[in-house]
Design a protein around this ligand. Structure first.
Ligand SMILES: [Zn+2]
Length: 259
């Protein structure tokens, strides 16, 4: 099985041999040479999610490891995977929008289509994190809270953390009502250029800029925050976009400490 389109990876994470990570592309080439779409879905709409997750993980060197996902609910809840006996099915029932673990051999992941997927890594203490930072998670300051939790639970130092921002809807396409901008004004200075007026009283909101500010507020160094800067809505040939397509597939962003 070939992944047709190149998987999206963070060069900075690639420098750590103990890490496996990737963001899934939209399509891959199946064994018959046909082009198929990854059908990652939370709901039961597609039947192949399990199989496709397995193939995708194998393509990045993760074999015989179940993927730990949670029930994503646009919250600020953080799930700490610290029980080595917890099963993937049990984790799936936990409502949260961020996962943290220090356990090797347990890939953690999140599904998105326009929301911002964030991967975190502490190279000193070997702690990994995956965050589902959509508008609602971001307005609850989720990244900031996750960094705080990493410090509290594991003793991480924010200045040592690396944060990779995957593909999300860009400020180019993310048109929202004024009341969607308001909660962010309470968190961030309006002068910083993270929103701007659009047509008919609407605004464009830059989720990536907002999360960069949240990361820096939490103590991350600007040079340790890197973004793929792919707009999902501009590139539905390669990625999924809920805003552009409505009901559609999901992008899987995953990270694991190798066993
Ligand atoms: Zn765009």
């Amino acid at each position: 099985m070939n992944i047709l389109l190149e998987k999206l990876k963070f060069g900075q994470f690639e420098t750590f041999p103990e890490l496996a990570h990737a963001v899934s592309p939209r399509c891959f080439e199946n064994d018959q040479g046909g082009i198929e779409e990854f059908s990652f879905r939370n709901n039961g709409g597609y039947g192949k999610t399990k199989e496709h997750v397995k193939w995708f993980l194998e393509s990045i060197g993760i074999e015989n490891c179940g993927l730990f996902l949670v029930n994503q609910v646009h919250s600020d809840k953080i799930f700490i995977l610290d029980d080595p006996n917890l099963t993937c099915d049990e984790a799936k029932k936990i409502s949260a929008d961020a996962l943290l673990t220090q356990i090797h051999g347990k890939p953690i992941g999140i599904f998105t289509a326009d929301c911002l997927p964030i991967l975190l890594y502490d190279p000193r203490l070997k702690v990994i994190g995956a965050i589902h930072a959509g508008r609602r998670g971001s307005e609850q300051n989720l990244l900031f809270k996750v960094v705080g939790e990493m410090a509290r639970v594991y003793g991480c130092r924010p200045a040592e953390l690396l944060a990779g921002f995957g593909p999300a809807i860009g400020g180019c396409c993310y048109e929202v009502d004024e009341d969607c901008v308001q909660p962010f004004k309470e968190l961030f200075s309006a002068e910083k250029g993270w929103f701007w007026p659009g047509p008919a009283g609407k605004y464009f909101l830059d989720l990536i800029a907002v999360n960069k500010m949240a990361g820096e507020k939490a103590g991350l160094l600007p040079e340790n925050i890197f973004s793929m800067d792919h707009c999902t809505c501009c590139s539905t040939r390669n990625l999924y976009s809920y805003r552009r397509e409505g009901e559609t597939g999901r992008i899987l962003t995953t990270i694991m400490l190798r066993p």
